[in-house]
Design a protein around this ligand. Sequence first.
Ligand SMILES: [Zn+2]
Length: 297
Amino acid sequence: MSLTTLSEWLRCPICFLPLEAMPPLALGCDDGHRFDVNKHGYVSMLATQPRVAGDTPQMLDARADLLSSGAYDAVAHLITENVLGGRTERVIDAGTGTGHYSAKISSRLSRSARILATDIAADAVRRSVRHIGRERADGLVADTWRPLPIRDGVADAVVNVFAPRNPEEFRRVLKDDGRLVIALPQQDHLIELREALPMLDVPPDKSQRLAEDFSAHFTLEHSATARYRLSVTRDTAVALRTMGPSGHHTAAQGPMVPAALPREVTVAVDVLRFRPNTVRPRTRRSDDQLSSSSSVD
Ligand SMILES: [Zn+2]
């Protein structure tokens, strides 16, 4: 991250004018709005208290451990293959988490490519920028369900892995020939864990409903599924539960681990690639309109 590379992604969240670098550690617009940049390589632009809780450090730790074991490498490979193709110089990772998937993508990009890692949790953005590498990554703390402080048409690709989504804003920040790649669980993803532990259910036909929800701004171009059996230890099983959306509830209830945990679980993740429709939306001022078209895992 440098002030310049960070500023090139961003617009003012208040007046939507482009943000410029203001050394040593700030960004500013022509209207006089100023934002401090963190020395860890990210800027926080949460206007108000977010409506959803971001990942907790406990959830991020669990996810980092699990992902570094290689358990989801096939998922990461499928995501990366869909992001690459054509020109891929600017990638936005919306809901970056630990930065695991972006780090994998980054290793396949040219030296001049950059990734903007966004998340609602500052701890996630800090980890992600470090994981991807500061020479390659810029970080932004922002709420995906609000108008994003990102300029129009800056991205060749937007990646969204098990994270909140905003079709209108994703379209706005993408170039006309860009790609949107979304990973989301199928209904039987980790089904054995759901049967053994209290976890959130995955609704049926999730991918089909998502494509319909996105149809005003995107056309589905390709879909594929990473599906396999994963051997799990007790620790892995607990990590799998803690790292996902059920992790918020786990934290509240404390650990609850029955003796009869599954030894194998089903991994079933859809990876959808969309191309943008021709008309790029402008940011609407009403947050209510945006939230009505937003969705989350
Ligand atoms: Zn401004």
